[in-house]
Design a protein around this ligand. Structure first.
Ligand SMILES: O=P(O)(O)OC[C@H]1O[C@H](O)[C@H](O)[C@@H](O)[C@@H]1O
Length: 582
């Protein structure tokens, strides 16, 4: 059977502090590695080739090129099965095998360099979400890693953060880990699957690790081992990998999880996509919380690197609200801390953070950018405990800078119990009561009109022209935004350091003011990380603010600069004329 699937592989190195000297980006901690695809032509097994050496080389070069192009943002990403309209399979088993082999070699080389000697028994774990293409691709990963000389450990159904933790928690402490997931992207069908490597039950250990943290931090005066007694918590795992949190964490800590939804893994995702940004996921969770008068609802994405919650009044807490909630917790624990977010957050969120004595650093979209920025700030002695993207990826300094949706929820649960023990019945929603929400919030996209291989350069040209227009004052009342007093001072997204962080997509945010209302909103223009398009995000505190910004963008920038020739402005035009997004 054939169907559609976009799949991606997150490749993770070993424990923090044990950084591979050979890491090409020398990114610390759990970076999804941009390892070089260094496989020699002779070792390109699995890739079809003819008998003449010359032809072999050409074919292999082409194939290798195709494989290299699968690197997308911070993952290796591609279509795993036939059936998706207009797209062909590019993350095929041979490609996956080649990637896994190359990764295995990279890990071994890194360790050998670090230790200055030949290393043996290099251990790599593999986890996957319930997506059905995962089964056949796992076989390819096992083969590739095995060929590179690694010992392979199959974690089976797992979460992305658990894969990372498998490099840290004893007795496992694998040297590296691979997670196969396509997060919230579409489902697929499966093929049969045989398991050659050793099976390990890591998830139970990871769940115990989470339980121990909750017990220790709550330190319940009456029932230490069951600190969640008396709380009803509903989990919606969306049929992804997150069900374990219900039976292996919450139930075992004494919580009542009756009413939980979609806990069984099902690669067809029959109810809705597991995604805290998904309206259906949030609405169903809200309904379950209200129906059961539960204390909290939790929504995980497929591989549990993101989560969202619903408070006891049924209010969905995701996006900016989730960042505000986590900021309130982080600022109580670490007064004055800096909090890094992507630059699509509201002006209200900035006030929320600064009113509590925190610093808000707006940075590039892309969870890796946001997390890496936090790592960098800490290195520069700017204490930064929380890094979060509006997409729901949130990482804490105390947890290895790891974006773990389960850990984030753990922090919220601990806070909920703490409030109750302190005599408050208000629930966690009360922590963000004063968050001011924007009146209007709009996202529009412009496709880049270009051959795919020139799209990035074209997109960059458009974004940089936008920057010049703003700097030259050609868009009255528009000014490049800055990000407080850290070193990203010339617009929120320009890195003035001697060794600037590499940019995966160009983007700028501008503050928008007019004579009558002062600063009433912002606009953010950026290249998409994954696709050949430009995203335009904007928010306004006044009615009609987004419409007027869009008109200025179209008339005074896109048409005036001629950028409408390289960008498809249909959506902008339609919104400017009708106020409708789609
Ligand atoms: O650039 P886009 O296509 O809008 O995608 C941007 C998003 O890509 C992925 O989903 C990343 O996980 C997010 O961190 C990022 O925000």
């Amino acid at each position: 059977m054939a169907s559609t699937s976009t799949s991606s592989i997150s490749l993770q190195n070993n424990a923090p502090g044990k950084r591979f000297p050979s890491s090409p980006t020398s990114k610390p901690l759990h970076s999804n590695l941009k390892f070089p695809f260094s496989m020699p032509a002779t070792k390109a097994t699995g890739i079809k080739s003819s008998s003449t050496t010359k032809y072999n080389e050409v074919v292999i070069d082409e194939e290798m090129d195709k494989i290299r192009r699968l690197q997308n943002g911070s993952d290796v990403r591609g279509v795993a099965l036939e059936g998706e309209k207009g797209r062909t399979v590019d993350l095929s088993p041979p490609a996956v095998e080649a990637i896994a082999e190359s990764f295995g070699e990279w890990v071994i080389n890194g360790l050998e360099k670090e230790k200055g000697r030949v290393v043996e028994n290099v251990k790599v774990s593999l986890g996957r979400d319930p997506r059905l293409s995962g089964a056949s691709l796992s076989v390819a990963v096992f083969a590739g890693l095995g060929r590179a000389g690694c010992l392979v450990f199959d974690m089976g159904l797992a979460t992305t953060p658990a894969c990372f933790m498998s490099t840290l928690l004893p007795p496992f402490t694998y040297d590296a880990s691979i997670m196969m997931t396509a997060s919230h992207l579409p489902y697929t069908l499966s093929t049969m699957f045989k398991t050659p490597p050793a099976r390990v039950d890591f998830m139970s250990n990871y769940a115990k690790h989470l339980r121990d943290i909750i017990k220790e931090r709550v330190n319940h005066p009456l029932h230490y081992d069951s600190p969640l007694e008396g709380f009803q918590i509903i989990v919606n795992a969306g049929n992804g990998s997150g069900g374990f949190f219900t039976w292996d964490v919450l139930d075992k800590l004494g919580a009542d999880t009756f009413g939980s939804l979609n806990l069984n893994p099902d690669g067809m995702f029959p109810n809705h996509m597991p995604n805290p940004e998904d309206k259906t996921a949030m609405a169903l969770t809200r309904a379950a919380v209200l129906e059961n008068s539960a204390d909290l609802g939790i929504v995980f994405d497929t591989d549990v690197d993101r989560s969202g919650v619903v408070d006891k009044e049924g209010n969905p807490i995701n996006g900016d609200r989730l960042i505000a909630l986590m900021s309130a917790i982080a600022l109580r624990e670490h007064p004055g801390t800096t909090i890094v977010t992507d630059a699509r957050t509201s002006m209200g969120l900035t006030s929320f953070i600064t009113d509590r004595g925190g610093q808000h650093c707006l940075y590039r979209v892309g969870y890796r950018n946001v997390i890496d920025k936090g790592v960098q700030l800490n290195k520069d002695d700017i204490e930064t405990h929380l890094m979060m993207e509006t997409s729901g990826h949130g990482a804490l300094k105390e947890n290895y800078f790891l974006d773990d949706g389960a850990y984030m929820v753990l922090k919220i649960i601990i806070e909920m119990v703490r409030m109750k023990l302190a005599g408050s019945d208000e629930g966690i929603g009360s922590l963000i009561k004063d968050l001011e929400e924007p009146l209007e919030s709009v996202e529009l996209r412009m496709n880049i009109i270009s051959e795919p291989r020139h799209a990035k350069a074209r997109g960059m040209e458009a974004i940089e022209t936008f920057r010049s227009f703003v700097e030259e004052g050609r868009l009255e009342g528009w000014e490049l935004d800055s990000c407080g007093d850290c070193w990203v001072s010339d617009g929120c997204l320009v890195d003035l350091k001697d060794d600037p962080a590499s940019v995966d997509a160009h983007m700028y945010r501008v503050k928008v003011s007019d004579e009558k209302q002062g600063q009433h909103g912002w606009m953010h223009l950026r290249q998409s990380i994954h696709n050949p398009n430009i995203a335009v995000n904007m928010q306004s505190m006044v009615p009609g603010g987004c419409l007027s910004m869009t008109n200025i963008l179209r008339d005074k920038f896109l048409l005036a600069s001629g950028m409408d020739k390289i960008l498809d402005i249909t959506q902008i035009d339609k919104y400017a004329r009708t106020g409708l997004v789609k």
